[in-house]
Design a protein. Structure first.
Lengths: 96, 314
C-alpha cells in the first residue's frame, strides 16, 4: 500500500466566514473539505454556539505543503484582523 | 394587562440566564421555531394580501421603504457625533435600527389580537421589504469612511447573504403561498400555522430571553450613551411610524404595527450582513444594543407605549 504524506489544515473560525473560506479553497483548487460546527473559548471570548453569530466552525482540508501555506497566508491576510480565526496544520498520512 | 402575557416567557428566559440555570433550548428547536414563525407570518400575510389589489399598494409601499432608508440616516449622525462612536460602529448600529425585527412584529401582532384591533393585512409586506434597505444604507455609510479598505466582501456576497437568508426566503415564500392559496386554501393548514402561532412564539421568546441575558451581562462595557440611544431611538422611529401611518390613512391597528416595525431593531439579518460587509464594526456593540436593550424595551415599554399613543391619537 502506498502511503501519501499530506498536510491536514484545520481552520477554526466564525461560522459566518464559512462561505468565504470555501471560496478561498476553490481558488486554490482544493477539492475536498470537511466542515463541522463547534463551540469553545478563545481570545474573542466564549463562543457558545447558541445562535449563528456566536457559532464557530472547523473546516478541515488535506493538501500539500505549498498549497497549505498559500491557504494560510490568504486567509490570515484577509480575515485575521477583524474575525476570530485560527489556522493549524499537522502532518498526516492518507492511507487509501 | 398592559403587555401581552407571552412577553413573560422572555422574562423567564432572562431569569434563567441570570441565575445560570441549566435550561438550554436545543439549537434544532430554535431553528425549527424560527422557521415556523417566519412561515406562519408570511402565510397569514399572504392570505390577507390576496384580498387587496397589489398595484394600489405600490405608492404607499414606496413611502414606507423611503422612511426605512431615512431612519438609519437619522441614527448615524446621532451615533457618530453625539455618541462619538467610530465610523464603522455608527454605520453598523444605524443599519440595525433601520432594519426590522420579526419577533417584535410578532409580539405586536399578538398585542393587536389581545386588544381586538384589526389591521391591514398587507403590513407584513412592509416587514419583508423593510429588512433590506437599512442594511444597504448602513454598508454604504460604512464604505464612505475615509480609511475604508476595499478588502471587505463585495456587494454580491452581501446581497446573497441577505436575499438567500432564511428570513427573507421563508417570509416571501410564505407570502406567495398564502397569496396563491387565499382564505379557502389556507383553511386546512390554519390549525398548524394560525392556532399554534402564539404558543410557538412564547417558546421562542423563552429562548430569546436566554440569549438576551448573555448580552445583559456585558452591559457596563457598552457605555451609558448606547443604552440611552437603544431606548430613545425606537421612540423616535415609532413617532415617525405613527406619523407615516396617519399620512397613509392606515387603521389604528395598522399604524401601531407600522410604528412597532420602525421602532424594532434587527438582531438576526442585520448582524449577519454587517459582520460580512463591515468587518471593522464591533458586533457585540450593535447586537448588545439591539437585542440586549431595544428588544426587551420594545416588549415591555415600547409596544404598550406605541399602542397607547395610537389609541389616543386616532
Amino acid at each position: 500500500m502506498q502511503v501519501k504524506p499530506f498536510k491536514l489544515v484545520t481552520v477554526f473560525c466564525e461560522a459566518i466566514l464559512e462561505s468565504l473560506v470555501i471560496t478561498e479553497l476553490d481558488e486554490l483548487g482544493i477539492v475536498g473539505y470537511t466542515a463541522s460546527d463547534c463551540r469553545g473559548r478563545g481570545t474573542h471570548g466564549v463562543r457558545s454556539g447558541s445562535w449563528r453569530l456566536s457559532s464557530n466552525i472547523r473546516i478541515e482540508v488535506m493538501c500539500d505543503e505549498e498549497v497549505a501555506e498559500k491557504l494560510a497566508s490568504a486567509l490570515s491576510q484577509k480575515y485575521d484582523k477583524d474575525y476570530g480565526l485560527l489556522i493549524v496544520a499537522s502532518n498526516v498520512d492518507v492511507l487509501n | 394587562m398592559v403587555f401581552d402575557p407571552i412577553v413573560l416567557f422572555f422574562l423567564l428566559g432572562v431569569i434563567a440566564g441570570i441565575v445560570k440555570s441549566d435550561l438550554k433550548m436545543p439549537s434544532a428547536l430554535y431553528e425549527a421555531l424560527s422557521i415556523f414563525l417566519l412561515l406562519a407570518i408570511g402565510l397569514k400575510g399572504g392570505v390577507e394580501l390576496s384580498k387587496y389589489n397589489i398595484l394600489e399598494l405600490l405608492p404607499s409601499t414606496f413611502i414606507v421603504i423611503l422612511i426605512g432608508v431615512l431612519i438609519p440616516l437619522i441614527a448615524f449622525p446621532i451615533l457618530k457625533f453625539v455618541g462619538k462612536l467610530n465610523h464603522f460602529d455608527s454605520a453598523s448600529i444605524a443599519a440595525h435600527y433601520g432594519s426590522v425585527s420579526v419577533v417584535t412584529y410578532s409580539v405586536a401582532l399578538a398585542a393587536l389580537a389581545e386588544r381586538g384591533m384589526t389591521h391591514e393585512g398587507y403590513i407584513v409586506v412592509y416587514l419583508v421589504l423593510l429588512e433590506m434597505p437599512a442594511i444597504i444604507v448602513g454598508v454604504a455609510l460604512a464604505r464612505m469612511a475615509p480609511d475604508a479598505t476595499k478588502k471587505a466582501a463585495g456587494w454580491g456576497k452581501l446581497m446573497h447573504e441577505v436575499f438567500s437568508g432564511k428570513s427573507i426566503l421563508l417570509l416571501t415564500g410564505g407570502l406567495v403561498i398564502g397569496w396563491i392559496a387565499g382564505e379557502k386554501g389556507f383553511a386546512p393548514i390554519e390549525p398548524m400555522f394560525g392556532g399554534l402561532f402564539k404558543g410557538a412564539l412564547a417558546l421562542f421568546l423563552l429562548e430569546m430571553g436566554l440569549v438576551a441575558a448573555s448580552r445583559v451581562a456585558a452591559f457596563r462595557s457598552y457605555g451609558m450613551f448606547l443604552v440611552v440611544f437603544a431606548m430613545v431611538m425606537p421612540i423616535i422611529s415609532a413617532a415617525i411610524g405613527i406619523f407615516t401611518g396617519f399620512m397613509l390613512s392606515l387603521s389604528p391597528g395598522g399604524t401601531a404595527l407600522l410604528a412597532t416595525l420602525y421602532a424594532s431593531a434587527s438582531y438576526i439579518a442585520a448582524p449577519a450582513a454587517m459582520r460580512i460587509a463591515v468587518p471593522k464594526a464591533n458586533p457585540s456593540l450593535s447586537i448588545g444594543a439591539s437585542l440586549g436593550v431595544t428588544f426587551p424595551f420594545n416588549l415591555f415599554v415600547g409596544i404598550p407605549l406605541y399602542f397607547g399613543a395610537v389609541e389616543r391619537f386616532f
